[in-house]
Design a binder for this molecule. Structure first.
Ligand SMILES: [Zn+2]
Length: 65
């Protein structure tokens, strides 16, 4: 069988591991989330919807590709 090259499109958005600036909890957040995301532990807002890319309030530790 002949091998075919499969092009994987680069996603414009990714999951980000965000550290809550209030309690230090680390939580995976979608970078273009359309909903406000709150910390599971302390309930403070860590990602806010903007219509485009989400606004991140905590510290971005890394991308989860
Ligand atoms: Zn928190």
């Amino acid at each position: 069988m002949k091998k075919e090259r499969i092009l994987i499109p680069k996603p414009r958005s990714a999951y980000l591991l965000i550290k809550c600036s209030n309690c230090g909890n680390e939580q995976a957040v979608f970078s273009s989330s359309t909903v406000d995301i709150k910390c599971k532990i302390c309930d403070s807002l860590i990602s806010q919807r903007t219509g485009g890319k989400a606004k991140i309030f905590g510290t971005i530790i890394k991308r989860l590709d």
